[in-house]
Write a protein that binds this ligand. Structure first.
Ligand code: NVA
Length: 311
């Protein structure tokens, strides 16, 4: 059966762990495996802006021996010019895998339902699972592991990153805490799924509107833009004087409530002075450049896993 990676919990605990293990090996030896040798093409489709994702997937596919074929969503107009299902039937016959950054989760699910090659979520409105694998690899590198550590996310609790922290963090055995205003809660079904995973894995889930409670003693503290792609019309309300997120800005003051050696994470792009203070992202606790690099290594490992090519 074709495996896809559409949401963080499409992997089980062992699968997530072995993907992170392989990513660490690939970081040390970038051309260790070549499952796309031939080369086979991978379609990498963007319906939203990108920098890191385009870089890391094109580099990664090339290093795996394949041919990265970037498709501009503005030209393809998937779902407008022709249906997602028809696009899937055409693309799926030509490539070894499909990577898609798009809007609604239902679009990528429909794509996956109509192809027999792996489909990878490169960010939807609901999840950003590749980013979370990069974050977890970074946590492993800096904290020596994930199990039993606490991971806090402060900011827009209703966005893709918050959802992915809940699911991937609990799968990795972490205590995941979300500090967000009551007006921007994570989706209830995601919280329920994360709680169920946490119960099995010995972690926990806390969603609170108190930023200090969320950060207190945390080993890793993450944030993300207050204006996710697709929310631009709301920018003034989200970033202006009355921003509901102002109390959740990752400042030195807020970070001082975390554990002494806590690391600071941000998936980028970052807006200094809004969701994160310049002194935090550019300071000694910041691991964001490792986090950005790790996208490359984890995505290569995910592709190898989905293609049935784990070494
Ligand atoms: N929540 C952000 C993540 C950017 C990588 C967005 O969706 O724009």
């Amino acid at each position: 059966m074709t495996r896809h990676f559409l949401a963080d919990d499409d992997l089980d605990v062992q699968e997530q762990e072995s993907i992170l293990d392989l990513a660490a090996r690939l970081k040390a030896e970038r051309h260790l495996i070549q499952p796309l040798a031939g080369p086979q093409a991978v379609a990498i489709i963007f319906d939203k802006p990108t920098l890191r994702t385009q870089l890391s997937f094109t580099t990664g596919v090339a290093e795996l021996g394949g041919y990265p074929m970037v498709v501009d969503g503005n030209l393809a107009q998937i779902g407008t010019r022709e249906s997602v299902a028809d696009v899937a039937r055409v693309v799926g016959r030509q490539v070894g895998a499909i990577v898609w950054r798009t809007h609604g989760q239902e679009r990528i699910e429909e794509m996956a339902a109509h192809v027999d090659v792996p489909v990878v979520n490169a960010l939807t409105d609901d999840y950003h699972p590749c980013q979370l694998l990069a974050d977890l690899l970074t946590v492993r590198e800096h904290l020596g592991g994930t199990r039993g550590r606490s991971l806090t996310y402060v900011g827009d609790g209703g966005n893709n990153m918050a959802h992915s922290y809940l699911l991937a963090g609990t799968l990795a055995g972490m205590h995941v805490r979300i500090g967000t205003p009551s007006s921007h809660q994570p989706a209830a079904d995601v919280v329920r799924r994360a709680e169920a995973i946490a119960e099995e894995q010995g972690g926990s889930v806390l969603v609170t509107d108190d930023p200090i409670e969320a950060v207190a003693g945390a080993h890793a503290v993450a944030t993300d833009t207050w204006v996710s792609m697709g929310m631009e019309e709301d920018k003034a309300g989200r970033t202006g004087e009355a921003s509901p997120f102002a109390r959740y800005s990752l400042t030195r003051e807020l970070l001082s409530h975390a554990a002494d050696e806590a690391i600071a994470l941000h998936c980028l792009p970052a807006y200094r002075g809004l969701e994160i203070e310049a002194e935090v992202i550019d300071g000694p606790r910041s691991v964001v450049w490792d986090e950005a690099e790790n996208r490359l290594h984890v995505q290569k490992a995910v592709l190898a896993f989905l293609l049935g090519a784990m070494p």
